[in-house]
Ligand binder design. Structure first.
Ligand SMILES: [Zn+2]
Length: 537
């Protein structure tokens, strides 16, 4: 998330009134087959949905095999969690009925009597309503939903390396985006008259740190997620929608009929997408062939003295340049497509393979020296610092946010070098930032103080580290961190431990300025704290 405070709100956007939930159409769970399991990198297709909205293709056949609830058969397949989802949205009410199959491999090394899901949508009452939790053989499971933590009791211990097949059914009652209100920033899950955003709408198995399941309390400052990568197979139907709707989604996207889509996304931290009426699509390939797709509304074409300015085209160019630069510095972007959506909520927000950039930034474009430039570059950078390299966003938010914000400067230095001083003044110095970079999100009561400490003091720290280490060592370090952390959840100790003892010593005085805990205990090798990198015991 970029977390920029803006003064204007989109007051002209109409709302759909929230109405009572009353879905009557039945749904059958169509779980995706557990094998074969795709591995990264997986080739992806440009969606037919955006090329030809009337293309009708044959639906994928539903699997016929009956899954065992527990499976301890040794397998060579990947141990990452698989989510098979069948969902149906009643468009007028924006109510979604969801059947979700979870194929979870116990890589914790200990026998589990419970599995915990984090349910981000349950941040306030009335959005998430659980219907049932069963094992694949039909046995009902006891569960307890407390805030965003859904604890599910297993009828027997799930031993290490064994697989559990769990079916979850629930309803989502999407909220209208709280434009101008305190929850506007959570508009990545919500709707306006023209847009419905489903950001992190699916419960996910919590990360297990070897001792306990990790769930952080949601607050309206920063993010609080810790997400392992997973494979996603999603079938989504929309009923009673206008024929102008389009879906902006990452991964492969296939339109099965006028009202049904199928998506797959591999080795990613979330599956999030956006439904828009009359989206305008612009797309361009990066140097490496990544298809960068930008979905905007007509208000992204803004009036100017000389006619109009297409801020969508500007943002697309910015995004493509960002991908080119970050791939050269931080390593390959792992997917074939990157989706960028003009969001009907303030600021920006990152997800795997898709990011939102707030509508106000498009409308406010005024040359390169605009928020649209730096927020687009920022959100694209999160494809490396969040999507590729994970971290605990509640406890160590600087690991992704300081690096994404510093990437804005790297972008400016590369493409607009004469504007580097402008960036420092506009983005950082005029705000006189204070605070420890290694603070948690829970130490702040305002977004401004949070941004100042985590993002802005974070980039000042990174700039001093770069000045001390030199460009080659500094960017080599970030590249190493990116490759080491790919698909994992990294910690500050792992980040710092990629420096040599001499480099650590040389930079100690910088850490003493910016960090509450400047003492680094080097790790001999980065620890394994993610199921995706731990071998099953
Ligand atoms: Zn951010």
């Amino acid at each position: 998330m970029a977390l920029m405070k803006i003064s204007r709100v989109a007051s002209t956007i109409g709302f759909m009134l929230l109405a009572a939930c009353s879905l009557t159409q039945s749904m059958e769970l169509t779980p995706s087959p557990p094998t074969p399991r795709p591995t990264l990198p997986q080739s992806t297709l440009v969606p037919t949905a955006v090329r030809d909205t009337h293309t009708i293709t044959t639906p994928s056949p539903a699997p016929t095999a009956t899954l065992a609830a527990f499976d301890c058969t040794p397998t060579q397949d990947s141990a990452i969690t698989h989510y098979g989802v069948s969902a149906e949205m009643q468009y007028a009410k924006r109510d979604v009925k969801v059947a979700q199959e979870i194929v979870y491999t116990n890589t914790t090394g200990i026998a589990l009597s419970t599995i915990v899901f984090n349910v981000k949508t349950n941040w306030q009452p009335g959005i998430f309503r659980l219907q049932s939790i069963d094992l694949a053989d039909g046995e009902s499971l006891k569960s307890h939903l407390n805030g965003q933590q859904l604890e599910v009791k297993l009828p027997q211990p799930l031993n290490p390396a064994c697989v559990a097949h769990i079916n979850l059914k629930f309803d989502l009652h999407m909220p209208p985006i709280d434009i101008g209100g305190p929850h506007a920033y959570q508009g990545y899950l919500g709707y306006t008259g023209r847009q419905s955003n489903l950001g992190q709408w699916l419960p996910v198995v919590a990360v297990h740190n070897g001792t306990t399941w990790v769930t952080h309390e949601e607050i309206p400052i920063g993010e609080q997620d810790v997400l392992d990568i997973a494979d996603w197979y999603v079938t989504f139907r929309i009923t009673n929608a206008p024929n102008t709707i389009q879906i902006a989604a990452p991964g492969t996207s296939e339109r099965l009929s006028d009202s049904e889509w199928h998506f797959t996304l591999s080795a990613s931290r979330d599956f999030s997408f956006s439904i828009g009426e009359n989206y305008r699509l612009l797309q361009q390939k990066s140097n490496s062939g990544v298809n960068v797709e930008l979905y905007t509304f007509t208000d992204a074409i803004i009036p100017a003295d000389t006619g109009t300015i297409d801020s969508a085209a500007f943002a697309l160019t910015t995004a493509v340049k960002s991908v080119n630069l970050y791939e050269s510095l931080y390593g390959d972007y792992p997917l074939k497509r990157l989706v960028i959506v003009e969001g009907d909520f303030p600021d920006g927000m990152e997800f795997s393979g898709i990011v939102f950039v707030g509508s106000e930034y498009f409308k406010g474009l005024n040359g390169v020296q605009s928020y649209l430039t730096i927020i687009t570059a920022h959100e694209v950078a999160h494809q490396w610092w969040y999507a590729r390299v994970g971290n605990d966003q509640a406890i160590n938010p600087w690991l992704d946010e300081a690096l994404a914000t510093y990437s804005e400067l790297v972008f400016i230095e590369k493409y607009y070098p004469t504007l580097a001083d402008w960036w420092w003044e506009f983005r950082v110095n005029r705000l006189s930032p204070q605070g420890y970079v290694d603070s948690t999100v829970y130490e702040f009561t305002t977004r401004r103080t949070y941004i100042n400490a985590i993002y802005l003091r974070g980039v000042k720290m990174l700039a001093e580290l770069r000045a001390t280490l030199g460009d080659d060592v500094f960017f080599g370090w970030l590249n190493h961190y990116s490759s080491e952390g790919s698909g994992r959840i990294m910690t500050p100790e792992q980040f710092w431990s990629l420096l040599t003892p001499e480099q650590l010593s040389r930079t100690e005085s910088i850490r003493q300025i910016y960090l509450r805990k400047p003492q680094i205990i080097p790790l001999s090798t980065p620890a394994c704290d993610s199921v995706t990198t731990c071998s099953p015991p």
